[in-house]
Ligand binder design. Structure first.
Ligand SMILES: [Zn+2]
Length: 172
């Protein structure tokens, strides 16, 4: 037992955690922030990943499913992580169907800047609800980076629905 007590190690872990928190990545920050705050767009948390609204939505309700770990290489995603992310995709579809009754979904990843990833250092799976005749790709350039009241209202609504559906699922 004596050997387990090693202050240099806890210091090391502390600095590692601090480094992680301050890495400047918006998804790493979102992975640990309090999602009940109005400054957070996180609508659901799993064990290894979480779901958040996109600040620059392509369409109403544009969500992202994101692993907690700062990964740029999809091959490094573990089985546990992608199983959970796929379960979260099913959950997301159910939540959207309950709240907004979409007629379709776009689901996918942009891996790398060349593929159009805005944040290419931390992979994320986009889920965009679609309706016949909706407008795609809302203009985002030049927009002020603030959470609008519309987006905040949607966040609260989604956060609540995710809670209801995941509690229902856990009772099945
Ligand atoms: Zn990150």
């Amino acid at each position: 037992m004596e050997k387990m007590w090693s202050p240099w190690r806890s210091k090391y872990i502390e600095s590692f955690n601090k480094k992680d928190k301050d890495c400047g990545c918006v998804f790493c920050r979102a992975a640990i922030e309090d999602e009940t705050l109005d400054s957070s767009l996180v609508v659901h948390r799993g064990k290894h990943s979480f779901i958040m609204l996109n600040l620059y939505p392509y369409n109403g309700g544009h969500l992202m499913i994101i692993p907690d770990r700062h990964l740029s290489d999809f091959k490094q995603v573990t089985q546990e992580e992608y199983t959970e992310m796929m379960e979260e995709l099913q959950l997301t579809i159910k939540v959207f169907e309950n709240l907004m009754n979409p007629q379709g979904f776009n689901v996918g990843m942009n891996l790398g800047k060349a593929a159009g990833a805005g944040i290419d250092q931390h992979i994320h799976l986009h889920v965009v609800p679609r309706w016949n005749g909706d407008t795609n790709f809302m203009p985002v350039i030049g927009e002020v980076k603030v959470i609008s009241q519309d987006l905040l209202g949607m966040k609260k609504q989604l956060h609540n629905e995710f809670k209801i559906i995941s509690e229902m699922n856990s009772k099945l």
